[in-house]
Design a protein around this ligand. Structure first.
Ligand code: AMP
Length: 281
């Protein structure tokens, strides 16, 4: 496994692989990341993982300094998984003095997380575009856990004719339904016990949908009621939206993205499930 700290080192290592899967991460790796790594390796034959806590996707009020990090552990996990190339740059390598360009992806980045985290998706789109240009992967792997991020990156890759395939892996969960997240490490014991309320709410709405409920507001109410039954959970939003445009729906006639954000203690968690028809690729 080659660990590149600079763009030049990465490019020198990349030349050995005709096909390469890329898994972009912010590190503090868990089984969700590793499922993407395994899939990338199986499908592409070689895999690169980037570890970069991207400062431009955190608002000034957000938890950049609190974001968990453990590079030695991450590198050991990636080595064990047979990863070929790791790209772990310092911020100055990615944003040298004078760096000014930013990618705005448009309406799909505006609602939901985009509305609560101003500038977040411009930060994500810009760093992902840079990673695509640096690594030039055949395929890039993202988790459904961050559903709006997937929608934004698909839109960007299509709009800007980026020569790669975007692949999405299922959300990996704890046995009680909690979606794995690097931020789960911040949950106290009580918070951890309360956190599965997010998935319970999504699962309840999914069962209502699968039982024939098509009124989006009824699904939102069901999610809100489940979240409200857990006193440690403070709901930020619940959404029933079109799976590609992310516009809120009145009725769920084809597929929908059910999603939510909530604070559990000091930690903000997001989660989602897709119901009905799978969104077009
Ligand atoms: P992050 O390090 O949080 O930026 O995540 C890196 C990649 O892993 C993103 O594409 C995430 O969507 C994905 N990911 C994070 N958590 C999970 C999970 N529980 N299951 C599957 N993929 C995940």
């Amino acid at each position: 496994m080659r660990v590149a700290r600079t763009i030049a080192e990465l490019r020198a290592g990349r030349a050995a692989f005709p096909r390469l899967g890329l898994v972009p991460t912010m590190g503090f790796l868990h089984a969700g990341h590793m499922s993407l790594v395994r899939r990338a390796r199986a499908e592409c034959g070689a895999v690169a993982v980037s570890i970069f806590v991207n400062p431009t996707q955190f608002a000034p009020t957000e938890d950049l300094s609190r974001y968990p990090r453990d590079m030695p552990r991450d590198l050991a996990l990636l080595e064990d998984a047979g990863v070929d190339l790791v790209f772990a740059p310092e911020p100055a390598e990615i944003y040298p003095p004078g760096h000014a360009s930013r990618i705005e992806v448009g309406p799909v980045s505006e609602p939901l997380e985009g509305a609560r985290r101003p500038g977040h998706f411009a930060g994500v789109a810009t760093v992902v575009a840079k990673l695509f240009n640096i690594v030039t992967p055949t395929r890039a792997y993202f988790g459904q856990k961050d559903a709006q991020q997937v929608a934004v990156i698909r839109r960007m890759a299509r709009d800007l004719d980026m020569p790669l395939e975007v692949v999405v892996g299922d959300t990996v969960r704890e046995p009680d339904g909690l979606a794995l997240s690097s931020r789960n490490v911040h949950l106290s014991e009580e918070d951890r016990a309360a956190a599965p309320a997010l998935f319970r709410a999504l699962d309840r709405a999914r069962r209502l949908h699968d039982g024939g409920e098509r009124d989006a507001e009824a699904l939102r109410r069901a999610m809100l009621a489940t979240l409200a039954s857990e006193p440690r959970v403070e709901t930020d939003y619940v959404s029933v939206a079109h799976p590609v445009t992310l516009r809120e729906l009145d009725r769920v006639d084809a597929g929908a993205l059910l999603s939510m954000a909530a604070r559990v203690g000091r930690t903000r968690l997001i989660d989602n499930v897709v119901v009905g028809e799978a969104p077009p690729r």
